[in-house]
Unconditional design. Structure first.
Length: 132
């Protein structure tokens, strides 16, 4: 191997740019809870990009392009616990509809409130990181 040379010793550290504050990493698997007016404890987790992709594929183009239907399906799929019992993520239209029926309007309201808590804490973490 002509032209190849190997030097031993410590590598010189490269000059690095000044450290910039990074927003606090939010826990992607965190579950937030709210109690609906029927007394049920609803646990929600934000959908990951992959879960959202799978949901839009499941719904199909016509439904996924309907923002109201997509938002309702996203809300139903974000519910991962009901009264402490884990719920599997719906994978078919019938499973999504069954989750919607299970939640009802009261469950949807609680799920929306719990998701808002997740958004509030991530906004606060970003604001704190920006101050530092």
């Amino acid at each position: 191997m002509a032209g190849l040379s190997v030097k031993s010793g410590k590598a010189k550290p490269e000059a690095s740019a000044p450290a910039t504050p990074q927003p606090a990493a939010k826990d992607k698997n965190r579950v937030e809870y709210a109690t609906d007016s029927e007394g049920r404890q609803i646990g929600v987790r934000q959908l990951s990009p992959v879960a959202l992709f799978r949901l839009t594929i499941t719904l199909g183009a016509d439904v996924a392009n309907n923002s109201a239907a997509l938002n309702q399906a996203m809300m139903a799929c974000s519910v991962v616990e009901l009264d402490g019992e884990p719920l599997p993520r719906p994978a078919t239209i019938m499973q999504i509809e069954a989750r919607m029926d299970l939640l009802g309007f009261h469950g949807y309201e609680a799920a929306r409130n719990a998701l808002a808590k997740l958004d509030d804490t991530s906004d606060e973490a970003g604001a704190t990181a920006a101050k530092n």
